[in-house]
Design a protein around this ligand. Structure first.
Ligand code: HEM
Length: 152
């Protein structure tokens, strides 16, 4: 089951990154052209948030099933000195949770905003910061922590 979760978590990264890029592009162009915030914008923003929440649920399920992480959490002093263990047990989780919270805030702010300009601005700012945080803490194959992992 763990392997299935890991494959899904790995693939879903691309779904989330693509949704984030599409929404950031739409928010940027929508804001500068002054067009109306459409139902398609609302739906795409919702799908972006749902993919982020799915990653959160899958990630936490794996976090508590993973023996290396349990071991890392039992000796935090040693974990903080080991770059790979620190990345997996601390940096990945904390940064992703912050990124997902920002995406959620952006979606809610856009929903509540009274003007189309304010809706696009909320999505542009919160989704962009979320995207930067998320990209910075993915265990990419070219990183030490990503050794042996694939691009998919
Ligand atoms: C936007 C959110 C996230 C993205 C894009 C993301 C992406 C990834 C990717 C690409 C991997 C490597 C997969 C592979 O080796 O094939 C990974 C591993 C992992 N992620 Fe996430 N993740 C996210 C959020 C989370 C969260 C919130 C947790 C919660 C604790 C989490 C826990 C884990 C764990 C435990 C692993 C390591 C699995 C292993 O090496 O066995 N992830 N993540």
């Amino acid at each position: 089951m763990y392997t299935g979760f890991l494959h899904l978590h790995s693939l879903l990264r691309w779904v989330l990154l693509i949704f984030l890029l599409i929404m950031i592009y739409r928010a940027f162009t929508g804001r500068s052209s002054g067009r109306a915030f459409s139902d398609q914008d609302r739906k795409l923003s919702l799908f972006t948030m749902i993919s982020a929440h799915l990653q959160l649920v899958l990630g936490f399920a794996m976090y508590f099933m993973n023996d290396t992480i349990s071991m890392a959490l039992s000796d935090m002093a040693a974990t903080m000195k080991d770059g790979v263990l620190r990345f997996l047990a601390v940096e990945h989780v904390l940064t992703m949770v912050i990124g997902i919270v920002l995406i959620t805030i952006g979606h809610i702010k856009a929903k509540k905003a009274s003007t189309d300009h304010a809706k696009f601005t909320a999505i542009l700012v919160f989704y962009l910061i979320g995207l930067i945080l998320i990209v910075s803490r993915i265990p990419w194959p070219f990183m030490e922590v990503g050794e042996g992992r694939g691009w998919l």
